[in-house]
Design a protein around this ligand. Structure first.
Ligand SMILES: *[C@@H]1O[C@H](CO)[C@@H](O)[C@H](O)[C@H]1NC(C)=O
Ligand SMILES: *[C@@H]1O[C@H](CO)[C@@H](O)[C@H](O)[C@H]1NC(C)=O
Ligand SMILES: *[C@@H]1O[C@H](CO)[C@@H](O)[C@H](O)[C@H]1NC(C)=O
Ligand SMILES: *[C@@H]1O[C@H](CO)[C@@H](O)[C@H](O)[C@H]1NC(C)=O
Ligand SMILES: *[C@@H]1O[C@H](CO)[C@@H](O)[C@H](O)[C@H]1NC(C)=O
Length: 502
């Protein structure tokens, strides 16, 4: 029952969200060092329909990823590989790179920025460092010549570019780089109205006694004696150190974008800071902090565009902590929620009690291709399914699921169609260990993957399409019946499994 204090609470929530909604956005780094990630179109459709994430940064210019974000409105920052920097410092090469990697996708894919390499100064590679700014300039000219004015050029830096960062007001660029490298780069940013990009990681900066300070938890603060500012979190301190360094060379008017920051949810035994609780605290508090519009002590009221590292846990990274920076698991379930889910309860274990949740309903399952299997094996699955009487029209030329026209995507469609048409036993999705079940609807755009709730089409449930929630399903007696019926079947199923284990 609503009571007056609830109404006041709701009203202030609404007020807060409308007051802070406009300028802030949450981005993620979409890294792909893994062999079990979902196909890019499914990732794009998931981010768009299920999360408030409205921008991604990728570590290359992979055409499959760029194509996947077409018409989603999700902005994409693409990266020029470090090794490509020297060869792109001349205009013709830069033009050719733009024609190959940008023009085929722009503007259907909203490319907001090109990151020229990653943490180039940290490589100490003289050739890369010397060619960095010339390549940024050449790519900028190439975009201008193609009449593209909406794509910025920048390059992300690690905080290793600072020789001093504590206290924040003492922040300065490394001697030798300050005037020779950073002043000209910042001048380019000022002239082209592009941001200076940095990768601050309090995870690499805390000591046991400053863990709370690094995680935005209550703590005693750290006083900057020079300014009298009492810093209450390490993120602000790191950002202000960067700001102080920029100011020292005369460019404090250039915007700063946080190209990477994050915290691992698991680590090796000798990394006590890496834990689920700490990752939730850091990323959750960070998002609240940057979206509050408070800014930092030296940059009051500024909002920063930030890209959390990272979207997925990536299983081929070398160490435990590096494999556990993700907000999501490869099956698109959250590792934890830091407030980026549009419909949090739909993804939780309680989803069977809600009548909504168009695409993550735990009562429904789809069969898709595993990402680590060969195209050859997947082509065999397509051939098998499509010659077994299943309708493969949707993946034929002109069909709703023809694009993207690749074996992996077509195989998932065919394997799911087969699974749904058979008895939906787990082994109907095995395909010699090349298929797997997911509770995330793989449908995208006009391509609908058929599904049935466990209660089944037998009782008249019609397959729903992922419409981004434009159709609202009101709870009804009929739905309640379906939920009850499927809960009973789930309980029965579990009982059966437990029984057979015993
Ligand atoms: C860019 O715009 C100018 C002026 O509108 C036009 O003459 C030129 O052909 C355009 N270049 C390209 C590559 O579209
Ligand atoms: C800094 O702020 C913290 C948290 O508000 C407080 O506990 C601490 O006493 C302050 N330190 C100084 C020197 O003002
Ligand atoms: C920041 O916002 C506050 C509250 O709106 C305002 O009082 C203050 O003057 C602003 N500071 C700057 C530097 O704009
Ligand atoms: C793919 O991954 C699954 C699950 O991790 C594993 O069982 C399977 O053997 C792998 N297949 C290949 C070809 O690596
Ligand atoms: C299943 O896979 C194994 C090894 O990958 C292969 O030897 C076997 O022939 C496959 N079976 C079928 C029916 O494709």
């Amino acid at each position: 029952m609503p009571n007056p204090s609830h109404i006041i609470f709701l009203a202030s929530l609404l007020y807060l969200s409308s007051a802070t909604a406009a300028p802030y956005t949450i981005g993620v780094n979409y890294g792909t060092v893994a062999d079990n990630l979902p196909p890019p179109p499914r990732v794009a459709s998931f981010l768009k329909s299920q999360t408030t994430i409205d921008r991604v940064k990728i570590f290359d210019a992979n055409p499959d990823l760029l194509r996947a974000f077409a018409d989603t409105g999700i902005a994409v920052t693409v990266t020029v590989g470090n090794g490509d920097i020297p060869s792109l410092s001349k205009l013709p090469a830069a033009q050719s790179w733009i024609s190959t990697n940008i023009l085929p996708f722009h503007p259907r894919t909203t490319i907001n920025r090109i990151a020229v390499g990653n943490e180039i100064l940290a490589t100490s590679d003289k050739s890369l460092i010397a060619h960095l700014l010339p390549t940024m300039e050449a790519l900028h000219s190439a975009l201008s010549l193609a009449n593209i004015t909406t794509i910025q050029i920048s390059t992300p830096h690690s905080l290793g570019i600072l020789s001093s960062s504590e206290p924040p007001s003492s922040g300065r660029f490394r001697r030798g780089y300050d005037r020779a490298i950073f002043a000209p780069i910042l001048d380019f940013h000022r002239k082209t109205k592009s941001p200076f990009m940095v990768n601050p990681y309090p995870f690499f900066g805390f000591a046991p006694e400053t863990l709370d300070y690094a995680l935005f938890r209550p703590n005693g603060g750290v006083l900057d004696h020079a300014t009298g500012i009492n810093y209450t979190n390490m993120f602000d301190a790191q950002m202000d150190a960067v700001f102080s360094a920029m100011k020292r060379v005369g460019y404090d008017d250039v915007e700063i974008v946080v190209a990477e920051t994050g915290w691992p949810s698991a680590g090796d035994p000798n990394q006590p800071g890496a834990s689920l609780d700490n990752a939730v605290s850091y990323n959750g508090n960070l998002i609240k902090h940057v979206s509050s519009g408070k800014g930092t002590p030296l940059m009051p009221n500024r909002t920063f565009e930030i890209y959390i590292f990272s979207l997925f846990n990536e299983n081929l990274k070398p160490s435990v902590s590096e494999r556990n920076y993700g907000l999501f698991k490869p099956d698109l379930t959250p590792v934890y929620d830091v407030g980026v889910l549009k419909n949090p309860q739909a993804l939780g274990p309680t989803s069977s009690t809600t009548a909504e949740g168009p695409s993550s309903d735990s009562r429904r399952e789809w069969c898709v291709a595993r990402s680590n299997v060969s195209e050859e094996a997947l082509q065999k699955n397509i051939d098998y399914v499509c010659s077994s009487g299943i309708d493969c029209g949707p993946i034929s030329n002109g069909g709703a699921c023809y694009d993207p026209n690749d074996v992996r995507s077509h195989a998932s469609y065919a394997m799911n169609a087969y699974y749904q048409a058979s008895d939906r036993h787990d082994f109907n999705c095995d395909f010699n260990n090349t298929g797997m079940l997911t509770t995330m609807d793989p449908s995208y755009k006009a391509c609908t993957y058929p599904s049935s709730s466990i209660a089944g089409q037998k009782v008249g449930d019609k397959p729903e399409t992922e419409t981004g929630g434009s159709i609202k399903h009101e709870p009804s007696l009929f739905n309640t019946f379906l939920i009850l019926a499927s809960s009973c079947i789930l309980i029965f199923k579990h009982f059966h499994i437990i029984h057979s284990i015993i």
